[in-house]
Design a protein around this ligand. Structure first.
Ligand code: GLA
Length: 729
């Protein structure tokens, strides 16, 4: 196997070890340890980092006395109101009005495998792949239990945590905050790495020093959002892509979230990841239970790159349920940027015909195909009326799909597949659905309903709304042989009837996703939210791919895709080449550059009007599609190495190596031509030094030569690019 920076043999340590009141989770290259303080019953963190055999030598301080009596203490589940003056992981309001909790250790259990979380997306695995330790704490005064569930995937150095709160008392309580992961790091210097952005500019890497006080980010959009991704990495200050410590945290949740990092005056750094307390307040009656979403943490002591590769493997193998997760994806053409709302059946059919001539395998009809009383001619109407518009498609959707499916994709024996856009969680005021059910839109009494993109959000917390969506989408899929659905979501939430409703919406949405994706497993489901407004691990449980961004400018896309790959696998990224000048940036880049950037995504496609392609481009596109299809299996399931980051260099580059190590594909780019500076040397990673590799079907080199000597490229112009195919001989 290739030296991928990933473990290749089983851990010699047992995955979960309990020794009296000490607990250890062991992976191949990680140990996570904590113990019960015998005096206080509190859970105290001992170590989270590279493998150890016992607790590190530490000067344990229980109580400094004076003001800061918990100041040096590393707590596993920090509560509020008993002298820990840092940000808490849990905040519960009791019926009497106070918010003091006193969680003390009670018991533990070890479970082989990983029990699912009720109603929530979560990682999974066989008994020999994952082990779960559940530690039960009890607030003895109030009869509230908190079960901290830690699952370890030893092969991937991943620890997954969620928390279950049960009200065993006689009074109602309200959970105001519940972080999924909370961990205190010992005195030291750290940096934090996050993914920040906005519409058409998602997932840009931001790295900053963790300083004294609180630093954080999150979302209060109702969804995970374009602005910040539910991901955090803490690193040592000297960590690079291929060197040093990195602790990644990824929340398996699509709702508003919160990441809090706090360096105490004593230099202990606390990291908390969970639902956003502004959008959460959960009332729990006696006997009731609440389970938090889970947060995955991955540790790497060989840099940020290896952390990403562990996330990618974990998510491909243990999160994404779709049968397509490791399968090459059909090259698609989506006409949205080509025709927007301006089409009828003849136009759509001609787009499909042209697509087939280029060698495209899947044709996608985007927005604008539905609504009769209020035809969807622009974004002001029709959301909710999921019936085909009979003026545009007089013979119905089934008729169009059957016609398209008869077209043969050039250069293959395949006929075209058909895909469709929907936006089922939304409602337009101008729609038949709104006339019938205005109460289904999110609202607060008689308050105005805030519109955005001229639309409102359905209250998916309501079971009748969930059933409406399930029935509408099932109806469409049963009416025609559609094999791909692009599930869009083009605005944040507004006027929620209560903070509780934000999470209830998520539970309802997950129920809808679960039902539909189970009922139609042969459909490729693609998530979208004005591009990457909901690119998160929660969505990936159900949808194997997400439209990464509405920004299709290839230069911007390099940053977006490299950033997204910090935590999400390339297989999950939809990436299309679009026309130039780019609609949003006005930038013109060469066809090959645009195509090569898009090929780094698992679902490669074209986003343009195929009737308007220049003759010069038309000649090249079939070959580019052929190349995309050749390398797609490696991109889909290979290990990605970000060799050179676009943030740091004029020559960004990435290498994908197949799981068996036999094939690899190298992407190398030059952004701007600089006279005499356009011959960069690129050293590869992850190959076997002693193995021999054929490069682009020609010369043979050893892995050592390719990794230590590297390639020197000759780039000729602005926005130049190379894709190199490497094969073990
Ligand atoms: C969003 C999506 C686009 C397109 C439009 C249609 O912006 O991200 O790809 O589907 O909606 O309205």
């Amino acid at each position: 196997m290739a030296a991928t920076g990933l473990p290749s043999r089983p851990s010699p340590r047992q995955a979960v070890v309990v020794d009296g009141l000490s607990f250890a989770l062991n992976g191949n290259n990680v140990s996570y340890r904590f113990h019960v303080d015998e005096e206080t019953g509190d859970l105290i963190g001992d170590h989270f980092g590279g493998s150890v055999d016992e607790n590190p030598i530490a000067h344990i301080i229980r109580n400094d006395g004076g003001w800061a009596n918990h100041a040096h203490v590393r707590r596993e589940f920090p509560d509020l109101g008993r002298g820990d003056f840092r940000t808490p992981a849990v905040h519960i309001k009791h019926e009497t009005g106070h918010t003091v909790c006193d969680f003390k250790y009670k018991s533990y259990t070890i479970v082989n495998g990983k029990p699912p979380l009720p109603g929530l997306p979560c990682t999974f695995g066989r008994n020999d792949e994952v082990t779960t330790l559940v530690v039960c704490l009890e607030d003895s005064y109030r009869s509230i239990t908190a079960e901290l569930s830690y699952s370890i995937y030893p092969q991937l150095d991943a620890i997954v945590r969620s928390v279950k709160i049960t009200n065993n008392g006689t009074d109602k309580i309200s959970i105001e905050k519940l972080a999924s992961f909370s961990v205190d790091f010992p005195y030291g210097d750290y940096e934090m790495l996050q993914l920040q952005g906005e519409w058409t500019r998602e997932c840009h890497r931001i790295r900053r020093k963790v300083d004294y006080g609180q630093q954080g980010f999150g979302s209060i959009n109702g969804y995970s959002s374009h602005y910040n991704n539910p991901f955090l990495a803490l690193t040592s200050p000297d960590t690079t892509e291929s060197y040093g410590h990195a602790w990644g945290f990824s929340l398996v949740y699509t709702g508003s979230f919160s990441v809090e990092v706090e360096k105490s005056p004593q230099g202990v750094t606390r990291a908390l990841v969970g639902m956003n307390p502004y959008h959460f307040s959960w009332s729990l009656a006696p006997g009731e239970t609440f389970v938090s979403p889970e947060c995955v943490s991955v540790f790497s002591n060989t840099g940020v790159g290896a952390m990403s590769r562990k996330f990618h493997r974990l998510y491909r193998q243990h999160l994404i349920k779709s049968q397509f997760v490791n399968k090459p994806r059909p090259v698609l053409l989506n006409g949205w940027e080509g025709v927007y709302f301006d089409f009828d059946e003849d136009i759509i059919y001609s787009l499909a015909e042209e697509s087939a001539k280029l060698g495209v395998k899947l044709f996608v009809l985007d927005d604008g195909w539905f609504g009769n009383k209020y035809p969807r001619h622009n974004d002001h109407t029709s959301l909710g009326d999921w019936q085909v518009n009979t003026t545009r498609f007089p013979k119905g959707l089934g008729h169009l799909v059957e016609r398209v499916k008869k077209l043969r994709a050039a250069g293959s024996d395949e006929t075209l597949q058909f895909g469709l856009w929907v936006e089922p969680e939304m409602i337009s005021k101008k729609s038949e659905l709104y006339e019938k059910h205005p109460e289904w839109a999110l609202h607060v009494g008689e308050n105005p309903r805030t519109e955005n993109r001229n639309q409102l959000v359905l209250n998916v917390a309501l079971p009748e709304v969930q059933d409406f969506i399930i029935d509408s989408i099932s109806g469409i899929l049963e009416s025609a042989p559609i094999t791909y659905i692009k599930w869009d979501n083009n605005r944040g939430m507004h006027e929620s009837p209560s903070p509780q409703n934000y999470h209830a919406y998520m539970l309802g949405m997950y129920r809808v996703f679960e039902k539909l994706t189970t009922k139609f497993p042969d459909v490729i489901w693609e998530g979208c939210a004005s591009g990457g407004g909901r690119f998160d691990a929660g969505i990936l449980q159900y949808f194997p791919q997400v439209w990464t961004s509405d920004g299709t400018d290839a230069l911007d896309r390099i940053h977006i895709q490299f950033g997204t790959s910090l935590v999400y696998p390339a297989s999950a990224m939809g990436a299309h080449l679009s026309a130039v000048p780019n609609e949003i940036t006005g930038r013109t880049t060469p066809l090959t550059f645009r195509a090569h950037v898009a090929m780094m995504g698992g679902s490669f496609g074209l986003e343009l009007d195929p009737r308007k392609i220049s003759e010069e481009d038309r000649v090249q596109i079939p070959d580019l599609i052929g190349l995309a299809e050749k390398i797609n299996p490696i991109v889909i399931s290979g290990d990605m190495h970000r060799l050179v980051l676009p943030d740091n260099s004029n020559f960004p580059a990435a290498l994908f190596i197949s799981q068996d190590g036999n094939q690899a594909v190298l992407f190398a780019f030059q952004i701007l031509r600089r006279q005499v500076h356009n011959f960069p040397t690129l050293r590869l990673e992850g190959l076997v030094p002693t193995a021999r590799y054929k490069v682009d079907g020609e010369n043979i080199y050893s892995g050592a030569t390719l990794m230590n000597g590297g390639f020197q490229f000759r780039f000729a112009r602005d926005y130049d690019s190379k894709v190199v195919f490497i094969e073990k001989v």
